[in-house]
Design a protein around this ligand. Structure first.
Ligand SMILES: [Zn+2]
Length: 370
């Protein structure tokens, strides 16, 4: 079996959030600076969610020329597949945007003529990553996609996201591959508000999210929110302070995610893999190397309880060089489970926040107390 499948299609580069007239551009840049802070640091202003984010990563990975990697071309996700995570009205709204160029919301979610095809291709890539690991064509799969997905809700777009790729993939796994329980780990530094909302009442999907705490975008994800209805206890949020550091995210994985996941016993692990926690993103000061450690932990967990089924889906990351280094650490860990893990930076800034989330969730979530 091939070690790693990389799922990618050039159509995802056709999403080009519009170039704006200078006066509109400056107006939006001001609003964006308030909302998104360091993501608008580029000068002259470019939309942060630009094709180079993905093309630079893909070029780098292709140049590795590693025989343990298989490149897989996905189809676009069809309507039936998208409807497992989205409302019919949302699909109609997207369809109406096909071929158009528009700024959709104050947070700079925008479409160009190729965006709807790119978004359905991205969801199709996440679905194909699930197919590849469930059909045992590859040991692990990574869907290299844009636009990202974890801020998209069932009924609306948000935060550069049109379709929630990881949610569509999770529902596809349950419907088509007979997977009963899915764990979604969101290590993107922004809270995955769309994913949380879609699975809030779903007891068969455990959603674990580390993120920089409010008021950082999108301003949601307090530890006290653990889901609703039958899904209460299957949403785990670990908000971290600015500059939290590597030790905090590793402690969140070891002390909260791992016991919760072992109790939940997922049959498939999906990762909302954003690489925007690094110093340059002014978020949580994760080092690129920490993503190797996170990857290794999820591999081990997948081996223990999910027959090794692990699929990652790209989310955010807007400064290309640190994003490339972080992805490289992740990919090397995926390719070689014996690879020596790089050192992380000692930094205890975020540990008290993890401790308080751990204490709170141990009381609120059955199965987490150890
Ligand atoms: Zn993000």
């Amino acid at each position: 079996m091939t070690r790693l499948g990389l799922v990618y299609h050039d159509e995802m580069l056709a999403h080009r959030p519009p170039g704006l007239e200078p006066e509109i551009r400056d107006y939006h840049a001001r609003k964006l600076r308030l909302l998104l802070g360091p993501l608008v640091a580029t000068s002259p202003w470019k939309h942060p969610e630009r094709p180079e984010r993905l093309s630079a990563l893909v070029e780098h990975l292709r140049a590795m020329n590693d025989e343990r990697i298989a490149w897989i071309e996905p189809e676009r996700a069809d309507a039936d597949t998208l409807l497992r995570a989205h409302t019919p009205a949302h699909l109609r709204r997207l369809e109406a945007l096909r071929g158009r160029s528009r700024m959709l919301s104050i947070d700079s979610t925008a479409v160009s003529p190729g965006s709807v095809d790119a978004a359905t291709r991205a969801a199709g890539a996440a679905v194909e990553a699930v197919n590849a690991v469930c059909d045992k064509r590859v040991e692990t799969a990574f869907a290299l996609v844009r636009p990202p997905g974890h801020h998209a809700f069932a009924a609306h777009y948000r935060g550069f996201c049109l379709v929630n790729n990881v949610a569509v993939a999770a529902r596809h796994a349950r419907a088509v591959h007979g997977i009963d329980r899915v764990l979604i780990v969101d290590w993107d530094v922004h809270h995955g508000d769309g994913t949380e909302s879609i699975f809030a009442a779903d007891p068969d999907v455990l959603f674990f999210d580390i993120h920089r705490s409010a008021p950082f975008y999108p301003g949601t994800g307090p530890m006290e929110y653990t889901g609703r209805g039958r899904g209460k206890g299957t949403t785990l949020n670990v908000p971290l302070p600015a500059g939290a550091g590597d030790q905090a995210v590793l402690a969140a994985f070891d002390d909260i995610l791992m016991p919760a996941a072992r109790s939940f016993c997922p049959e498939l692990i999906l990762v909302s893999a954003g690489f925007d926690g690094t110093r340059e993103h002014l978020a949580c000061r994760f080092s690129p190397a920490v993503y190797a450690h996170l990857t290794r932990r999820l591999q081990a967990l997948a081996e223990t309880c999910a027959q090794g089924r692990l699929a990652l889906v790209l989310e955010g990351g807007y400064h290309i060089e640190p994003m490339r280094r972080a992805l490289e650490h992740c990919i090397h860990a995926l390719l070689d489970s014996d690879v020596h893990l790089p050192p992380i930076k000692p930094n205890r800034t975020g540990l008290p926040a993890v401790r308080s989330a751990c204490d709170y969730l141990a009381k609120a979530v059955p199965g987490l107390a150890t």
